[in-house]
Ligand binder design. Structure first.
Ligand code: 5GP
Length: 117
């Protein structure tokens, strides 16, 4: 999938568009979802220009790990570490991916249905 450097998340990373940023490191930024689907709904986004999970390359394995470790830390800060949370990476159309800059959803703070619809 072609990456669009003028996409919304690229603009949030460059601070051209506002977002409620809850975490930032050299490689990753995380911010509140504008349309939250749970009391805690954070998007963990790599700064690298990656459109979908399909586009990760083997040299980005540690970046993927950083995303999960960022989620772990944010879950703790948001108080859902022990109550539970879900990490999701919607990939392509059937999964409902809307933003083609890869991101990890962190959802928690309520009982989540399984399987998802
Ligand atoms: P996807 O469907 O691609 O997995 O998830 C995209 C998410 O980005 C959605 O949950 C949507 O609410 C969120 N989103 C879309 N536009 C914006 C925006 O401008 N700012 C923020 N913070 N979230 C957004």
């Amino acid at each position: 999938m072609q990456y669009d450097p003028e996409g919304i998340f690229a603009k949030i990373i460059r601070k051209e568009i506002d977002a409620n940023i809850v975490y930032e490191s050299e490689n990753v930024v995380a911010f509140e979802d504008i349309n939250p689907k749970a009391p805690v709904h954070i998007l963990i986004v790599p700064k690298a220009e990656v459109a979908t999970v399909n586009d990760f390359t083997p040299d980005q394995a540690s970046l993927i790990g950083e995303m999960v470790l960022a989620a772990q830390q944010i879950a703790k800060e948001k108080g859902v570490s022990e109550s539970g949370y879900r990490l999701v990476m919607n990939t392509m159309d059937d999964a409902g991916q809307e933003i083609y800059h890869v991101h990890l959803h962190l959802l928690g703070g309520r009982r989540l249905k399984w399987p998802p619809g």
